[in-house]
Ligand binder design. Structure first.
Ligand SMILES: Nc1ncnc2c1ncn2[C@@H]1O[C@H](COP(=O)(O)OP(=O)(O)OP(=O)(O)O)[C@@H](O)[C@H]1O
Ligand SMILES: [Mg+2]
Length: 282
């Protein structure tokens, strides 16, 4: 999940898509590449004593050693924890490595992931805005790029930025010739504002090209629900279950957000499967 712009739904989408995969029985890993470490807020482990603020992840990236994710954050869901340890000090070290070893250092996350990836069926990487180094690490370890966008204007800059990083990784440097744009997701938008949706879709294609796929599914705007997610550290599906169990402090709108994420996640995985099939030799 990546976009050069902040606050467009990368983390919310990463957490809830991973949550659905895990609930469906798929062994799932989230890699939180953010110095903000907001996956911790989505999954409610911000204050847990085992939240190392990204120390293990940054150490693995520096040394090129296997990732050691926190296991069982939910059933079937492990997390390579992010946080302030991926901040400026890490980046200075990382840039020194690039200066001495060259751009293949952007393959470090892939290198740390490969020894453990057989344990997982789905790996979702949440990446930070406006941070080319961390974005490149993520893009070099990915098969698919998903870009969430908001309809509040100014989408072009963020799209152009991540489009540039994608082009660097895929073509300019050829570091990861396998990464492809899976699609763009409209996030936090009025469900009935179809005129606006059309306009954003047009804008996306202007920046990323006519071939850029837009997911049919959207994630609708529901501020009340979004606030409760981070207050309680629960996924949308978990909030929905709590409401069903009688907790009426959770707004009814949780149902529609739940439906949105279900629809989007299914569409995203189906498209990945379909594209993978098409790419197979006949
Ligand atoms: N359905 C929704 N409706 C309205 N607001 C939402 C919704 N879902 C999430 N939000 C809020 O939108 C904000 C941005 O979401 P999120 O953190 O997922 O974006 P991000 O792209 O990861 O941001 P950053 O670039 O800071 O990492 C958060 O404050 C979140 O609580
Ligand atoms: Mg985020």
């Amino acid at each position: 999940m990546a976009n050069g712009k902040g606050g467009v739904g990368k983390t919310s989408t990463a957490a809830n898509a991973a949550g659905k995969a895990a609930r469906s029985g798929l062994k799932t890993l989230i890699i939180d590449l953010n110095a903000q470490g907001n996956i911790a807020r989505e999954l409610g482990y911000k204050k847990a004593e085992w939240n190392d603020g990204g120390a293990a992840l940054s150490q693995a990236l520096k040394d090129g050693t296997p990732l050691v994710p926190r296991e069982g954050v939910r059933p079937n869901l492990d997390v390579a924890i992010g946080g302030p340890e991926l901040g400026d000090k890490f980046l200075i070290h990382f840039h020194t490595l690039i200066a001495t070893e060259g751009p293949q250092v952007y393959l470090r996350l892939l290198m740390c992931l490969l020894p453990i990836v057989h344990q997982y069926q789905i790996v979702i990487i949440d990446s930070p805005p406006e941070n080319p180094s961390l974005q490149r690490l993520g893009l070099c370890a990915s098969r698919w790029l998903v870009i969430p966008v908001k309809s509040d204007g100014g989408a072009e800059d963020g799209l152009a930025q991540i489009g540039g990083e994608f082009a660097y990784v895929r073509w300019t440097s050829n570091l990861n010739p396998h990464v492809e744009l899976l699609g763009v997701l409209l996030f936090d938008t009025g469900r009935t504002f179809t005129g606006i949706h059309k306009d954003v879709r047009r804008q996306v294609r202007l920046v990323l090209g006519e071939g850029a796929h837009m997911f049919e599914s959207i994630v609708g705007h529901t501020e009340k629900v979004a606030r409760i997610v981070r207050q309680r550290g629960l996924l949308i599906s978990e909030l929905k279950d709590q409401r069903l169990a009688g907790d009426k402090s959770i707004p009814e709108a949780v149902e529609s957000v739940f439906t949105d994420y279900e629809g989007f996640t299914e569409e995203m995985f189906l498209r990945a499967l379909q594209l993978r099939k098409e790419a197979e030799p006949a």
